[in-house]
Design a protein. Structure first.
Length: 224
């Protein structure tokens, strides 16, 4: 059995950290050691945004959540994702992702995964699905539709060659500016207080851009 000092080992690089855990120690004891280790190392993770993975023992979803809560209480680090080291799950995710990408390609759409930060600009010949946020100061241009599976806070220009049927969808719709074909809509100078974050669609009708909640009827009409 590993000694107490080595029951929790933190290994890291500039992209993420691996937490190696003693497989034999009681989980409640392990949580105390995790809190101690991360508190001691907090200055190394100050304001860091990292991925995390666990090795050494199986953790249930609830146990992973407990550990993430402990890390959050003892450091300023933000865990952006948990990487599963199960090769079978990884293979399943890979196959599913490849299948979905193939379906998207067959529908003349494109796929982008990542966060667009201020100053970033992307242009697409076809419709695009963005898995991530489009931050304030970032810009996305598409000759087709733009679907953001995240927050849209920057600029979105759909139907760039004049397609008036193009639309913009976002899970959190707070754009600086939306343009569809030749029509431009800007967000209010002051954000609406207590606004509910929900999936919305922006579309062009009678020369005006409307932004409405995304419902089942609208989803049925969406085509890439």
């Amino acid at each position: 059995m590993k000694s107490v000092n080595n029951s929790v080992i933190i290994k890291g690089n500039k992209y993420g950290i691996i937490v190696v855990l003693n497989p034999d120690m009681a989980f409640d004891e392990l949580k105390e050691l995790i809190a101690e280790k991360f508190k001691e190392s907090s200055k190394f993770f100050e304001n860091a945004k990292m991925a995390i993975s666990f090795e050494g023992r199986y953790l249930s979803n609830e146990e992973q959540k407990d550990i993430l809560d402990i890390i959050g209480k003892n450091t300023d680090m933000q865990i952006v994702c948990v990487i599963d080291n199960d090769p079978k799950k990884e293979e399943l995710f890979q196959k599913t992702l490849e299948q979905k990408l193939m379906e998207l390609d067959n529908n003349t759409g494109q796929f982008y995964k990542g966060i667009l930060r201020s100053g970033a600009s992307l242009e697409f010949e076809n419709s695009v699905v963005i898995i991530g946020d489009v931050n304030n100061g970032a810009r996305v241009v598409s000759k087709g539709n733009i679907i953001v599976l995240g927050s849209l806070k920057g600029n979105a220009f759909a139907g760039a060659t004049g397609n008036t049927n193009a639309f913009v969808v976002a899970l959190d719709m707070s754009p600086t500016q939306i343009r569809i074909a030749d029509v431009i809509a800007r967000s209010p100078d002051k954000p609406v207080k207590d606004a509910v974050k929900e999936a919305k669609i922006a579309f062009l009708e009678d020369g005006n851009i409307y932004i409405e909640p995304l419902n089942k009827n609208v989803l049925n009409d969406i085509r890439l």
